[in-house]
Design a protein around this ligand. Structure first.
Ligand SMILES: Cc1cc2ncn([C@H]3O[C@H](COP(=O)(O)O)[C@@H](O)[C@H]3O)c2cc1C
Ligand SMILES: O=C(O)c1cccnc1
Length: 336
């Protein structure tokens, strides 16, 4: 489906017009959950996940057969400020690695039966350094949102969005600070592993970005401080809602991009769960602010959609139990 917006205002209107979960499917799934052959609540959070998933799939007995992982890549002008432990060429080199099947996310997508797509967004044209100018023009951010929107396969039944973009933890920290409040220090972490000097430099860069731009509007924060891959993730998350495809969020960068949607239109992330808690320092605070409890906590600090992809397995398991288990009546097991 072609993206139904050509401006940031139209994108916001698209978010405002999106529907919520199907309450009848939620009620039916709760009813079914209560009849399954297990003590009430014994599957813990798996039960909540299955019921949540049912509401977005419009059925009380859903299946997961077609997960999609999309990795978006972008380059960042702010790398000129020395904010990453790695050089910006790594972005395009990793895109080649994704295309040849050699990255962590390739293995994780394969392990959970997900199809994986990679979209490189104008890598030869990095965003502007946000300490001197807005990262993107309105046309550029809308194009990136549209690329993300159009990348979603309407036939998929769960979506993970990930990213590759050297420098993008700086961008994500700035976006998070702009939309959720707090200081640059609160949100800036080590990313790929900058040393203490690098962290101080990076924090200063985030502070200067925040001081330079008027980011009271969350979508303006995405434009001025974000990156193409962050905008594409936001566009894909929004498109998934329109297609009734539940989303599993990845780590710090994905969550910062997603936060712009929730802050633009409250409830815009109701169709999304947090796949994992990243080791990037401020991710816990970000998830708290979004009211999301991570499914996994494995110390990952990679991005690429890796933590989201791992959580596909948990969601699949939750849905398999919900839809595949026998009821007490079917199995002839005495209910308590
Ligand atoms: C080889 C390599 C593979 C990666 N895969 C994801 N990232 C992660 O690291 C980057 C963000 O960290 P920073 O802001 O410190 O540059 C992003 O590309 C993110 O996806 C990688 C980084 C590297 C070096
Ligand atoms: O949490 C993430 O997404 C993350 C953390 C560090 C580096 N790259 C990605």
């Amino acid at each position: 489906m072609t993206a139904p917006f050509a401006t940031l205002d139209e994108f916001r209107q698209t978010l405002e017009g999106q529907s919520g979960p199907d309450m009848a499917s939620i009620a039916g799934a709760k009813e079914r959950n209560g009849q399954l052959t297990k003590p009430p609540g014994a599957l813990g959070r798996l039960e909540d996940l299955a019921i949540w998933y049912a509401g977005w799939r419009d059925t009380d007995r859903p299946q997961i057969t077609a997960p999609q992982v999309i990795v978006f890549a972008g380059n960042h002008g702010v790398c000129a400020q020395g904010v990453s432990a790695f050089p910006p060429e790594v972005t395009v080199q990793m895109v080649a690695n994704f295309e040849h099947g050699g990255a962590a996310i390739n293995q994780l997508a394969k392990a959970f039966g997900a199809k994986m797509d990679v979209h490189a967004l104008d890598l030869e044209m990095p965003t502007q350094d946000f300490t001197v100018a807005p990262a993107m023009s309105e046309a550029e951010v809308v194009l990136a949102l549209s690329t993300g929107w159009n990348a979603v396969d309407p036939a998929s039944d769960v979506l993970v969005v990930g990213e590759m973009g050297i420098g993008n933890t700086t961008s994500a920290a700035a976006v998070a600070a702009a939309v959720l409040g707090g200081s640059a220090q609160d949100w800036t972490g080590r990313g790929t592993g900058v040393d203490d000097d690098g962290l101080a430099r990076k924090t200063d860069v985030v502070a200067r970005g925040l001081a330079r731009h008027d980011t009271s509007d969350p979508l303006e924060a995405l434009r001025c401080l974000g990156g193409r891959e962050l905008a594409a993730m936001a566009g894909a998350i929004a498109a998934a809602r329109t297609h009734r495809i539940p989303v599993i969020l990845d780590g710090f960068i994905c969550s910062a991009a997603a936060a712009t949607l929730e802050k633009a239109v409250e409830g815009a992330l109701d169709h999304a769960v947090a796949g994992h808690l990243s080791a990037e320092g401020a991710h816990a605070k970000l998830l708290d602010a979004l009211g999301k409890q991570p499914i996994l906590s494995l110390g990952l600090r990679l991005g690429e959609g890796s933590g989201g992809a791992l959580a596909i397995g948990v969601l699949q398991a939750a849905v398999a139990c919900h839809s595949g288990m026998a009821t007490f009546a079917e199995a002839g097991v005495a209910a308590g």
